[in-house]
Design a protein around this ligand. Structure first.
Ligand code: GLU
Length: 491
């Protein structure tokens, strides 16, 4: 069997968004599964919209995700002469022709068709120009495009899409399409095929929005005498209102950069994205790279569009809740030694890093990270809700402040008393702090929960977290007492 060769050909006209990343991931998985090769090709022929910044962003995003490629990046713009040469080959083999019809003439014909409620299609008036007529028009400098000549008769383009199944498009419904513009530049439909032929692409996995191009592209393959690759079109990812996702309407949350900056783990994002459009035969949702490569197949690709469940209106979630929960799974279960350097990076970025965390406080740091990660979703949480463990200046979440503190008239007095008990404990242990708390609650004839929730709120600023007495051990006696006393003294 010949080598399996796939490509990821982004147009560098913007950031790498989650849809593009998903396409890259499916291509990568297929290649890994079949010991093939992945080619990165930058389709940069739209010079006005392509930017160096976007190319760098795409490459950076793929690197961060761990999506590796075996060849490239190749740049489509380096092959423009080859695309033009292919168009001339098509003319010489009778599969394309020069068309001198002006836009004005075509517009009149199109409007007439619209008025007659007929479907407009180019009427092939230039198909039968004689060589003399062509020479004459060229001598007169009349601009021309090159059109592909769709086969005549009742036949159809037929192919089996690996996701959408049997697809047929009759020749009659395909217009003789333009492959070279009047300014001499090739169109995407042609360039993409010529590049795929040169790169010996065997499988094209791309978005369902490419499906409309496929019949015309197959005609080009056939006319150039090249083998037609296997096509697999992926369903789209839409927002809950069934709109296409785009940075303009959804903001940064659809860019890979967003996940990188917010402390997602790259593999967790890959794991999440894979499930947007593909399902395994079982209900497994968490996969190691090896497992995923092993069970991935085109058969599991969903025909129905998937939903990226993000609404800006829900402040609870910075992104799709499933993306958060998958990330949380990895963050909470990965080896602590692998997590420590990532947390360090996050704390450095937030200006919360203390070199002692890698020195004399190393053990404390490891234990604390392990303790607090059990409630966290993303690396940013270590500097956000986890800030109180690494700094004395942290924000108080207004909800628990209201519920656990403001609701109780005597809370400052009570927590002041608790601070004293803690201060005088001979053994500042989990058990002793708990005993002291319950004892004081009994004496005050209040529920221990009031002291527990109040203490948590004061010393961490948060409503929830790990068990309070574990939290107290991580905060440490001095900081605990100081924070409670400070709160108690405020009015
Ligand atoms: N450059 C095209 C895009 O980004 C590639 C489409 C294809 O995979 O053929 O949409």
């Amino acid at each position: 069997m010949s080598e399996v060769r796939l490509r990821f050909p982004p147009s560098p006209t913007g950031y790498l968004h989650i849809g593009g990343a998903r396409t890259a991931i499916y291509n990568w998985l297929y290649v890994k599964k079949h010991n093939g090769r992945l080619i990165l090709r930058i389709e940069d022929t739209d010079v006005e919209r392509s930017t160096k910044e976007s190319i760098d962003g795409i490459i950076d995003g793929l690197n961060w995700l761990g999506i590796t490629w075996d060849e490239g990046p190749y740049f489509q713009s380096d092959y423009i002469q080859e695309h033009i040469a292919a168009a001339h080959t098509l003319i010489s083999t009778g599969h394309a022709y020069k068309c001198f019809c002006t836009k004005e003439v075509l517009d009149v014909k199109r409007e007439a068709a619209v008025a007659a409620k007929a479907t407009y299609q180019y009427d092939r008036s230039c198909l039968h120009l004689t060589p003399e007529e062509i020479t004459l028009k060229e001598a007169q400098n009349i601009p021309h495009v090159i059109r592909f000549k769709v086969p005549e008769g009742d036949g159809s383009v037929v192919f089996e899409d690996k996701v959408y199944g049997h697809i047929e498009k009759s020749y009659k419904d395909i217009e003789d399409f333009v492959i070279i513009r009047s300014n001499g530049t090739p169109l995407y439909l042609l360039s993409n095929v010529v590049d795929d032929i040169r790169d010996r692409i065997t499988h094209v996995i791309r978005g369902q929005d490419g499906l409309g191009n496929t019949p015309r592209q197959i005609l080009i393959y056939e006319a150039l005498g090249a083998p037609v690759p296997v096509f697999a079109h992926m369903s789209l990812t839409l927002d809950p209102q069934k709109r296409k996702i785009s940075k303009r309407s959804h903001g940064e949350v659809v860019t890979v950069q967003f996940y990188k900056e917010n402390g997602f783990l790259p593999w967790a994002l890959v794991n999440f994205l894979v499930l947007l459009g593909w399902s395994p035969a079982s209900d497994q949702e968490i996969f190691t790279p090896e497992e995923l490569i092993d069970i991935y197949s085109l058969e599991g690709m969903n025909k129905a569009n998937s939903i990226f469940n993000y609404t800006k209106d829900d402040p609870k979630f910075i992104t799709d809740p499933k993306a958060l929960s998958i990330n949380a799974h990895y963050l909470r279960t990965m080896p602590i030694a692998d997590l420590i350097p990532l947390v360090k990076e996050e704390l450095i970025a937030a200006d919360l890093w203390d070199t002692a965390y890698a020195g004399e406080k190393k053990e404390w740091f490891g234990n604390t990270v392990d303790l607090i990660r059990s409630r966290f979703h993303i690396l940013k949480d270590f500097s956000g809700p986890g800030r109180a463990y690494f700094s004395d200046t942290y924000e108080m979440d207004p909800k628990p402040v209201k519920k656990n503190l403001e609701k109780f008239e005597h809370i400052r007095e009570w927590l002041g008393l608790l601070a004293e008990r803690f201060e005088h404990l001979a053994d500042f242990s989990r058990e002793e702090t708990e005993r002291a708390t319950r004892e004081l609650a009994d004496e005050l004839d209040i529920k221990a929960g009031i002291l527990i929730n109040g203490t948590r709120t004061v010393v961490t600023g948060q409503a929830a977290g790990a068990g309070l007495f574990d939290v107290l051990m991580a905060i440490g006696k001095d900081r605990l007492v100081a924070r409670l006393k400070k709160f108690s003294a405020e009015s």
